[in-house]
Design a protein around this ligand. Structure first.
Ligand SMILES: Cc1cc2nc3c(=O)[nH]c(=O)nc-3n(C[C@H](O)[C@H](O)[C@H](O)COP(=O)(O)OP(=O)(O)OC[C@H]3O[C@@H](n4cnc5c(N)ncnc54)[C@H](O)[C@@H]3O)c2cc1C
Length: 215
């Protein structure tokens, strides 16, 4: 079943303030898609002028694929992605026995290898088809709720000039990542814990001849 853009008859989007979304990472883009498909007007503001070009989160789980199916766009991801049906762990010179994903009850019993940059591009494309264009180069600065608490005025500043603007929203979504300015502004806690592990991430091509023989 795919999402419908149908609106209740008594709703009039022209008089409603939009939901303002801060940040066009996967969370902001997906929130934008879900709301748009539900007939809720959105405006998405992203401080980066250019599309992020790193692999980062590299796999889409079966449940995420089911959600993308619901919104009618899973085929676009499968077309460019690489279905991973099993994972082989190689530790200190030994292969560790590991299970595949066959036993998961889903239409998509695999993790789809698909870089976060590709995920973001495909979500951008779908939003554009629905008439939503991410406003790049705008940085969230601050916000204030109106006296009747019905709306929120969001202050945004250009990253490449002195231009500032204010947008009135019915809601603001802080989708601005791990160091979220919105979260800090509303005084919300970052729930979780820090570890001392150091992880090095790099995007590279590996010559297959260099991998262990059974790989
Ligand atoms: C180097 C690296 C490697 C990673 N590898 C993996 C991995 O292998 N697997 C995995 O599951 N996850 C990985 N992650 C984590 C994954 O990228 C995040 O979980 C994911 O990006 C979170 O999505 P998000 O939309 O919440 O935030 P983000 O992707 O961080 O998006 C937030 C967006 O908000 C924008 N923004 C921030 N502040 C403002 C502001 N004030 N105004 C306007 N816009 C703003 C940012 O520019 C950004 O585009 C990695 C992250 C990094 C940095």
């Amino acid at each position: 079943m795919h999402a419908s853009t149908a609106m209740p008859a008594d709703e009039d989007t022209s008089t409603r303030h939009p939901v303002v979304i801060i940040g066009a990472g996967p969370v902001g883009l997906m929130a934008g898609l879900v709301l748009t498909e539900a007939g809720v007007p959105v405006e998405i503001y992203e401080r980066n002028l250019e599309q992020m070009n790193e692999l980062r989160s590299a796999g889409l789980q079966p449940r995420m694929l089911e959600v993308l199916d619901h919104y009618g766009i899973v085929d676009r991801f499968i077309e460019v992605g690489n279905p991973i049906t099993a994972v082989q762990v190689y530790l200190k010179g030994t292969f560790i026995p590991s299970a595949g994903f066959d036993s998961i009850r889903t239409e998509y019993p695999f993790v789809l290898g698909c870089g976060q940059n590709t995920t973001e591009i495909l979500l951008h494309q779908r939003l554009a088809e629905l008439g939503v264009h991410v406003q790049r180069g705008w940085r969230y600065v601050a916000h204030a709720t109106t006296d009747d608490a019905a709306c929120v005025d969001v202050q945004l500043a250009r990253v490449d000039s002195d231009e500032v603007m204010e947008r009135r929203a019915c809601y603001m979504l802080g989708c601005d990542g791990g160091r979220s300015s919105v979260r800090k502004a509303i005084g919300a806690q970052f729930i979780g814990k820090k570890t001392n592990e150091k992880i090095v991430a790099c995007d590279m091509k590996v010559d297959a001849d260099q991998l262990p023989a059974a790989w």
